[in-house]
Write a protein that binds this ligand. Structure first.
Ligand code: HEM
Ligand code: HEM
Length: 206
């Protein structure tokens, strides 16, 4: 059985992933409460803002672990996008998720030492880790220091626009998270991939 396992997630990556997941869940909940101004006897608005800000700083520092760890330990090679034929690969993988999987077909892009992510995973991980997360961090830091934000854009407050942009990105991350957790439940069995991101070993499903 041992040859059907690959050590995909080294310890540093697992620690990064847990801290990241925890921070994002806290940021989504506190961000939601702030956005809708939900407060009362048991929910102190200023405490929520402080909690959001501290968690945001932890998320930003943790992002540096991901970014530099990926370079130092070579994990970045799994994120390299190949432009040629990307759409066909995404379509083939989507067809598998939508139909093939339910008919018991084999995955079109089986994972191995060289291919850690299927094309949809690669695209969504690249997009969220190298575009959305940096933007949410930059806009969050700007909101922490509003004096660095331009005062007005066509008569609309720059802080307001930044907050809107920031909250919109937060919404995209929430969408990513829902799809990510669902997709992670597709594996050898529904809990296998969750075990893998804790113990590091990916079990091949075929
Ligand atoms: C997934 C990550 C995050 C989500 C979902 C999120 C979500 C939100 C939301 C919904 C708001 C309210 C905006 C509004 O409608 O007015 C907000 C505000 C804010 N966020 Fe985030 N955020 C995230 C990450 C961060 C990070 C990384 C930082 C800092 C480095 C940060 C700092 C702030 C600050 C300073 C505010 C304004 C608080 C205030 O009103 O004083 N956020 N965030
Ligand atoms: C409740 C929260 C979460 C759970 C249960 C979870 C689960 C998992 C699982 C099972 C994997 C293994 C690979 C797979 O099956 O796709 C994984 C990998 C990954 N997750 Fe999450 N995840 C969570 C939150 C997040 C968040 C918030 C992000 C980013 C915004 C994220 C980004 C990633 C990335 C980039 C990988 C691949 C890491 C690598 O091998 O380089 N995850 N996650």
């Amino acid at each position: 059985m041992s040859e059907s396992k690959i050590y995909f997630y080294p310890l540093w990556l697992r620690i990064w992933h847990s801290v990241n997941a925890l921070c994002i869940i806290v940021l989504i909940i506190t961000g939601f409460l702030m956005h809708y101004g939900i407060h009362g006897k048991f929910i102190n608005f200023y405490l929520i803002v402080r909690f959001h800000n501290y968690t945001g700083v932890i998320l930003a520092l943790n992002y540096l672990v991901f970014f530099s760890g990926n370079i130092v330990f070579g994990n970045k090679k799994f994120y390299r996008l190949k432009i040629k034929g990307w759409l066909q690969r995404i379509i083939r993988q989507s067809e598998y998720y939508a139909f093939g999987m339910f008919k018991g077909q084999q995955p079109p892009f089986p994972l191995n030492e060289k291919r850690k992510f299927n094309p949809l995973q690669k695209f969504s991980y690249f997009f969220s880790m190298y575009l959305i997360l940096p933007l949410v961090i930059i806009s969050g830091i700007a909101l922490l220091y509003p004096e660095i934000i331009v005062e007005e854009v066509y008569d609309v407050s720059g802080v307001f626009l930044t907050a809107l942009f920031h909250a919109g990105l937060g919404f995209i991350i929430l969408m990513f998270l829902i799809v990510h957790v669902y997709a992670a439940s597709i594996g050898k069995n529904p809990i296998q991939n969750f075990k893998s991101i804790i113990n590091g070993w990916h079990e091949l499903s075929h």
